[in-house]
Design a protein around this ligand. Structure first.
Ligand code: SF4
Ligand code: SF4
Length: 117
C-alpha cells in the first residue's frame, strides 16, 4: 500500500516565503476597521499594496512567524489579505494547489499530491 504525504499549512508555510503578495489598498486597516496593518505593507502601484518582504530576492512575508517546513503561523491571520485567503483554501483537507509544490520546492520540501480540479 502506498502512503500519501499530507501536511497542514502550519507545518509548511512555503507559499508565505515564495510569492509576491499584492492586494487592494482597501484591505488595509483604517480607523476602527480591521485589516492588514499599515506598517506591514508597502505601496506598489496605483491602488495596489504589497506585503513587506514578499518581493525580496529571498522572499518571506513580514507577518510569517516560525520556520518554513516545520512550524509556522501568520501573525495577522484574521486580517490577512485576500490573496492569502484564496490561495490553498483546501490544503488543510489534503487538496493542494500546483503552486504549493513550486513554493515547497524553493525550500527543499518534498512535493505534495496535486488534485485535478
Ligand atoms: S497553501 Fe500550500 S504552500 Fe501554502 S502553507 Fe499550505 S500547503 Fe504549504
Ligand atoms: S499575510 Fe499571513 S498568510 Fe499572507 S503571506 Fe503573510 S504570513 Fe502568509
Amino acid at each position: 500500500m502506498s502512503s500519501v504525504l499530507r501536511v497542514s499549512c502550519t507545518e509548511c508555510g512555503a507559499c508565505c516565503a515564495a510569492f509576491r503578495v499584492s492586494f487592494h489598498k482597501s484591505e488595509l486597516a483604517h480607523g476602527e476597521v480591521p485589516g492588514v496593518p499599515v506598517h506591514m505593507a508597502v505601496h506598489e502601484v496605483n491602488n495596489t499594496m504589497r506585503m513587506c518582504g514578499t518581493d525580496e530576492s529571498v522572499s518571506r512575508c513580514v507577518a510569517l512567524v516560525g520556520e518554513v517546513g516545520k512550524q509556522v503561523s501568520c501573525s495577522i491571520y484574521q486580517n490577512r489579505p485576500s490573496p492569502c485567503r484564496e490561495f490553498g483554501q483546501l490544503a488543510d483537507v489534503g487538496i493542494y494547489e500546483e503552486a504549493c509544490n513550486r513554493a515547497r520546492s524553493r525550500h527543499g520540501l518534498p512535493p505534495l499530491p496535486v488534485e485535478s480540479w
